[in-house]
Design a protein around this ligand. Structure first.
Ligand code: ZN
Ligand code: ZN
Length: 159
């Protein structure tokens, strides 16, 4: 009873959300991207949460791993990698001046944290992305959408 452990690759692919009860699905490396898999937060070593079992009923764990550790609050490696990629991408948007690129980067951080400021950040993000151009929006969507909550995804990308 309680949470099973999830096995996730460093890029955030969910490899096995029942690490303990279905060990036959465990993989040392991710079959999708070849990255190493982990089952614990690299910072505090607490187990990554997978399926939740209660009185023989299993609530399947998320198909996407959480962005932050429930125990120490640090971003998981895939969250840092994804955010870093989005920040690097923001520097490529030639339609935006340097200030606007910085604003975009700050908005990205708030969006990923899903903080109380996320809605405001989302509004600013949409405005800046519109200026960056539709090609840029498409690329940004691919890079960042896995890290956003369903609500935010809908509000910033309309998906
Ligand atoms: Zn992977
Ligand atoms: Zn932790």
């Amino acid at each position: 009873m309680g949470y099973d452990v999830a096995q996730v690759c460093l890029n955030g692919h969910m490899v096995n959300h029942s690490y303990q009860s279905m060990p036959e699905f465990n993989q040392r490396f991710c079959a999708k991207c070849g990255a190493q898999t982990i089952t614990q937060c690299p910072d505090c070593k607490s187990s990554i949460r997978g399926d939740y079992e209660f009185e023989n009923v299993i609530a399947p764990g998320p198909t996407r791993p959480n962005s932050f550790c429930h125990e120490c609050g640090k971003p998981y490696p895939w969250t840092e990698r994804g955010l870093q990629a989005a920040i690097e991408l923001a520097d490529e948007f030639e339609m935006l001046n340097l200030n606007e690129r910085d604003e975009l980067k700050k908005s990205l951080e708030e969006l990923v944290k899903d903080s109380p400021k996320a809605e405001v950040a989302g509004f600013r993000f949409k405005k800046l992305m519109k200026k960056a151009g539709s090609g840029s929006i498409e690329v940004m969507k691919t890079v960042i959408s896995d890290l956003l909550s369903e609500t935010l995804k809908k509000s910033v990308f309309g998906i």
